[in-house]
Every structure is written in C-alpha cells, then in structure tokens.
Design a protein around this ligand. Structure first.
Ligand code: ZN
Ligand code: ZN
Length: 419
C-alpha cells in the first residue's frame, strides 16, 4: 500500500460519516454488510476509521455486524437441501432496531461477486428469495428514508482479483482501493468540498427535469427501443435526500445518477443491458427484457437466465419497473472503463432501470402515501429493487411533453439540454 493509504482510508471514512449519513450529534450508527452477510474482518481498518469519525461527529453509540462469507459456502456444501429457507430473526431485527429509531446506517457493499458461482442454482434462488422476503421490513425503511443511510464500498481480495486478474493479490487490492478513492473524490484535497460542488451540479439537472414533468421517456440504443411513462407528480432526485428524521444525507457514495420513478403500468418495448448484474453473488449477463403495459412479458439472459426469471417472478411488482436513472456516459466511473461487478459502481457508470419497488420520495408527498395510494398513482411495490444497466455512448433519451413533443435529454450518452 502506498504511504497515503491510511490517510485516504480515514478521509473515506469521514466522507461516509459527514457527507454520506451526515451524522448528527447524539445519533447512533450501525455499520453492516448487505443482507444476509456480515462485514468481513478484512474490513476492520475501514470500520474502525468510520467508528472514530462517527464518535468525533458526536455519535452516542456505534455498532458493527461482523460476519464471514465463507460460512455461506460451508453451508452450501454441507447443509440439508431443504434448509435454505432458514433465516434467523436477528439478521433482520439487529438492523431494524436502528432503522425504526431513525439511527444512522452505513452499509459497506463489498461482497465477493462470484461467491455463489457454481452452487446449485435452485438453492441459490431459495437462499436469495428467502433473504429478500425476510429482510423486506428493513428494505421498506430504506426505500422510505426513515433514517439517514449510506452505502459505500471497500476493496477486498476476491473482488480485487476479479477486477485486476493480471495483478497479484496485494497489488490488485491496492489498485482497487486507488480506483475507489478516485471515483469517490477522496484523492482530492478536500473531499467534502468536492462533494458539495458535485451534489450541486446534480441538483441543477434533477430540478430541471422535475420542472419539465415529462409524461414519458423514450430510450433508443442498439438493442433498446423502450418507452417508459412517468406519473404526474414525479420528482427527479439526485445525490442528496431528506430522511424522515429531518437529516439530509447522500445514500450512495459514489453517486452520479439523477433518477425518478416510472409509472408501473406504462413501459412498452425492448431493453438490452449493457453491463452484467451481480445479484448477491450470481452474475447475470446479456439481459434482454420486453415490456408490455409496464410488465416484463419476456426476459432472457446469455448467462444465468433462470436467476433473472426467478427474480422477476418474486412477486407481482418484480416484473414491473420502480426506477429510471440517468447517468452521463462521461461520468468518472464510466470513463475509468472498468467493470466493477458491483452495482454501487456499475449503476453509476450507466443509465439504469430497476425492477421492483419504487422510492416513495420520488413522488410529490409520496412519503405520506399509504402503499395503496402510492400504487394508485403509478408507484410500484415489490419485495425487490434490483438495478440493471442499459446506458452506453450510443444511448439517446427523449422526454415526451404533455402535448406529445419529444425533447432531447440525452444524446450519445451525454446530457443534451442546457441549464
Ligand atoms: Zn439508481
Ligand atoms: Zn436503484
């Protein structure tokens, strides 16, 4: 590791605490991995910097959920086949307790993208759908912003080796950290100031789009010819959001996207993915989905198609869209030319859409609506929310006005309107 590594790691931790969850004095903080895993002890140096930064910011209490992904492999190799619906309640309640109180939550997303590669796909599907079902009450808090939350990432050997297969392990990890620091602006003199400017630029774009109130988006790219309706009252969001506890926070570091919710009943045409999707350890590649009246009526993938179809069959809303997001092709993550196999990065390299649940805050007054009211206004509800990438330097997007005109939003992957 280079000599600046520890100071960069510290700046990264401070960024997650000060800009990410924007922790307020007196708050509690929990640091966790995406369910069902715990944080690998490899991440201890980062977690300890986060805890220090949090206490310095006035945290009352900092908690961590540790774990070991290898335990899942031992389970897949040895546990009874009929036992993969087992899910101990504490995995939910440990984090739910924090969410319900409006405490801060930092999730470190660094799961080995190939962890479950080669495992029985039937068992993997049961394992993943059990996780989605059991963790649903927590997902609800995340998607309705009960608390100030933030997802960051971290370099780990298995992931780094996959990204830089030609380097030996130590060099690959160091290289991945370097890339993470660059993408998260941690290598700049003052990352917090750099983020303030970045957040402001994204905000100008999302404000413009919210004012326009387009009735639909029309996507054109090789393999993609898709029209997605937008409900009246939709709000374009970007980096900074407001939690129900009154604290402004940035949910993803890095983030380059401007996004809103589609009308769950209006998506028509075909869309082709431009990057692979890491679904909790299963890589799905070459996704092609055809939508009619908002519903995915056909879904194919060149790799792990059955995982995609199982995902879409999770529940009624899983076959419908819950997010449309615009990311210019010149975003730093896209420019890096790297494939991260981690949605946190890859979704910020390309325009994406999500199957499943829509964010209520993407609708005017949405956080006050019941599920039924939200549904009636076109918001989607599901146990899942899974993004997949559809953007490239060949993507055009038009906004359709309420008198039917098409206005350019994106041309060849870049913003096509002036603000
Ligand atoms: Zn998104
Ligand atoms: Zn999403």
């Amino acid at each position: 590791m280079d000599k600046n590594f520890d100071s960069n790691l510290q700046k990264y931790a401070e960024l997650a605490v000060r800009v990410g969850v924007n922790l307020r004095a007196g708050q509690r903080l929990i640091v966790r991995a995406p369910a069902p895993y715990g944080l690998d002890f490899e991440l201890a140096p980062l977690v300890r910097h986060i805890a220090t930064a949090a206490y310095k910011a006035g945290a009352r209490f900092v908690d961590v959920i540790w774990g070991d992904e290898q335990m899942e492999l031992i389970r897949f190799a040895n546990a009874p086949r009929d036992s993969f619906t087992e899910f101990p309640k504490w995995k939910l309640t440990s984090v739910l307790e924090y969410a319900e109180r409006g405490d801060a939550v930092i999730t470190i997303s660094a799961t080995n993208p190939d962890l479950l590669e080669g495992q029985d796909s039937e068992l993997v599907n049961i394992f993943q759908s059990t996780t989605s079902k059991e963790m649903y009450p927590y997902l609800l808090h995340g998607t309705s912003n009960t608390m100030n939350w933030c997802v960051i990432s971290a370099a780990r050997p298995a992931w780094a080796r996959k990204m830089f297969p030609k380097l030996d392990e130590d060099k690959a990890v160091a290289e991945l950290w370097k890339v993470i620091f660059q993408m998260c602006r941690v290598d700049q003199d003052n990352p917090v100031t750099a983020w303030d400017a970045h957040i402001k630029n994204l905000h100008i774009r999302s404000t413009y789009l919210s004012r326009k109130q387009y009735t639909a988006l029309k996507y054109s790219a090789p393999g993609t010819d898709l029209t997605v309706g937008l409900p009246k009252g939709h709000v374009w969001n970007s980096a900074r959001e407001m939690a129900k506890n009154g604290i402004e926070f940035v949910a993803n570091i890095p983030t380059e996207e401007t996004f809103t919710l589609p009308d769950r009943n209006h998506a028509d045409g075909v869309v082709t993915s431009t990057k692979s999707l890491n679904l909790g350890g299963t890589l799905i590649e070459g996704i092609v989905v055809r939508f009619a009246n908002g519903r995915a009526v056909e879904a194919h993938a060149s790799k792990n198609e059955s995982a995609l179809q199982k995902l879409i069959a999770t529940d009624e809303g899983a076959s419908r869209l819950g997010e449309v997001a615009i990311v210019p092709h010149s975003s730093p993550i896209s420019k890096s030319g790297l494939m991260f196999h981690n949605t946190l990065f890859d979704e910020n390299a390309a325009c994406h859409i999500a199957l499943g649940r829509a964010y209520k805050f993407s609708y005017v007054g949405g956080l006050e609506l019941t599920d039924e009211e939200f549904l009636a206004r076109g918001g989607n509800s599901s146990m899942i929310h899974v993004d997949f990438m559809i953007g490239s330097d060949k993507m055009d997007i038009d906004g359709i006005t309420d008198d039917g005109r098409a206005e350019p939003i994106l041309r060849n992957g870049e913003w096509a309107f002036n603000v």
